[in-house]
Design a protein around this ligand. Structure first.
Ligand SMILES: [Zn+2]
Length: 493
């Protein structure tokens, strides 16, 4: 296939836009199933018996669930991901454990809540005591690679454990036709295609052995898209959608690579995100500042090495904490130590009509945490906790326990009307639950602190405390952009 030829070609970047379009067109013909056998949800339960399965884990940073066409968005932003969801498992209601990358990723990998991992500040690294999926996969014979473009998951924060290869891809050359309209003005050199290209190289080089590849994309975070993606409009929100379409094309290239290498029917693909993005729903743009739905509701798609006709949709709310307990369970591998997250396999089987709904996974209370001083040095805690138990979200500040917010999704999915004042009993009940959650015995792990140089610290301070002014205030927005630009491009939220 032509894919093999262009992969190593030096003129790759110049032909990129055209090639991606062609790939998108070609994949129209193979949308459902592709070159994977048909299967049933029941077959998921016996995947653990197989000795030939690989894992491709794709994190699309800053991806809110409602912007994927797979989740019902009116724009066709994600045709490639939609095709995967159509033959796999799509979780409709997924809660991230924080709205800031490092805290959220620490929980996603370990299955442990942020207040237990203790990873809540810019300088924090993962405690030595936690076990990580890559370690388990490595121990079980997988060749492991992590290719990332967000500095918060860099090696020095401990995220490299268990990976044979763990690196930020080299930005090869300026991307032809790439456009960025990031409101943060941060420039991250290169594009997600650098990661895709490095990923394809790894996949092809390791197609004859078991592999685990983790790719962490950043172009949605960066509002960067390529001219091969549709230009939906000029607002932040429109550009975000264009960036998502571009990243979806990268996902398509990865899937085509798996297909070309003949391993699509041996690979479990997981697509997830660390948090969403606000577009002025609660007065600001961005993330890592609060825990409302727009930064908390993320996608999760798990694609088996076969096609389940019509796919499976799980409505029950689940957490990013559950991702790795689920994947390791599917693969029949040992569980993470200390994980609070649960394997969602019984829920999937129930959703597919192949089992009864397990009560412990029904109507769960899902917590998230953000220390709003994450970018600060030596400041006291400024912690908010989100308690989500449908139809409610309850927000609690440990510094100001009276200043709670309560939303009822059945009447107010956008979390616009705080009904706390009119529901004192509910507020008292949820406050008590949050306090009990916080009073759980701590693991007592030491959270290593990473020394960063003074320039990085200055950048972080500038970034961490930037408040984006509300839409419409052009002068204030420009000033904020200028200040953010001054802080440089090294650190992203
Ligand atoms: Zn992030």
């Amino acid at each position: 296939m032509f894919l093999r030829k262009w992969r190593d070609s030096p003129w790759l970047y110049f032909a990129l836009a055209g090639v991606l379009l062609l790939v998108a067109v070609l994949s129209q013909f193979e949308r459902v199933g592709g070159e994977v056998p048909k299967g049933r949800a029941e077959d998921l339960a016996s995947l653990g018996d197989r000795e030939d399965l690989n894992v491709l884990f794709i994190v699309i940073d800053t991806l809110r669930a409602d912007r994927l066409s797979a989740y019902g968005y009116q724009r066709q932003t994600t045709p490639n991901i939609d095709a995967l969801a159509a033959r796999g498992i799509r979780f409709e209601n997924v809660e991230a454990q924080s709205s800031w990358t490092k805290a959220s990723m620490a929980s996603l990998w370990t299955g442990i809540s942020p207040e237990q991992t203790g990873v809540s500040r810019f300088s924090h690294a993962l405690p030595d005591e936690v076990s990580l999926p890559a370690e388990i996969l490595q121990e079980n014979g997988f060749r492991t690679a992590g290719i990332w473009r967000n500095g918060w998951v860099a090696n020095n924060f401990g995220f490299d454990r268990g990976f044979d290869l763990y690196y930020r891809p080299t930005p090869n050359r300026p991307t032809n036709g790439a456009r960025s309209h990031s409101p943060s003005s941060h420039r991250l050199v290169g594009t997600d295609f650098d990661a895709t290209q490095a990923g394809v190289e790894f996949l092809t080089g390791n197609r004859d052995q078991r592999f685990f590849l983790y790719l962490h994309y950043m172009d949605v975070h960066q509002y960067l898209y390529n001219e091969a993606a549709p230009e939906y409009g000029s607002s932040f929100s429109d550009i975000y959608d264009s960036a998502l379409h571009w990243v979806d094309q990268n996902v398509g290239v990865l899937v085509d690579s798996l297909r070309a290498d003949g391993v699509l029917d041996k690979t479990v693909i997981v697509i997830a995100s660390d948090h969403g993005e606000a577009f002025f729903e609660h007065g600001g743009e961005g993330h890592a500042r609060n825990l409302y739905w727009e930064v908390q509701s993320v996608p999760l798609i798990v694609v088996p090495p076969f096609a389940i006709e019509g796919g499976v949709v799980v409505e029950e709310p689940v957490a990013n904490l559950d991702i790795w307990p689920t994947v390791l369970d599917l693969l029949g591998l040992p569980a993470l130590s200390h994980a609070e997250g649960k394997s969602l396999l019984p829920l999937v089987l129930a959703a597919a009509g192949a089992g009864t709904k397990p009560t412990e996974l029904e109507g769960r209370t899902l917590f998230a945490q953000l220390d709003r001083h994450w970018g600060g040095r030596g400041d006291g805690l400024d912690e908010i906790i989100s308690l989500r138990r449908e139809p409610y979200r309850f927000l609690y500040s440990t510094q100001e326990p009276e200043a709670v917010e309560l939303f009822d999704h059945s009447a107010d999915p956008g979390e616009q009307e705080n009904i706390g004042q009119n529901n004192p009993e509910r507020v008292a009940e949820f406050s008590r639950e949050v306090e009990e959650f916080l009073a759980r015995p701590k693991q007592g792990w030491e959270v290593p602190e990473v020394e960063l140089d003074e320039m990085m610290r200055a950048q972080l301070r500038a970034l961490g405390y930037m408040r984006t002014p509300v839409e419409g205030n052009e002068a204030a927005r420009k000033k904020a952009e200028a200040e953010r630009a001054k802080s440089g491009g090294q650190w992203q939220e």
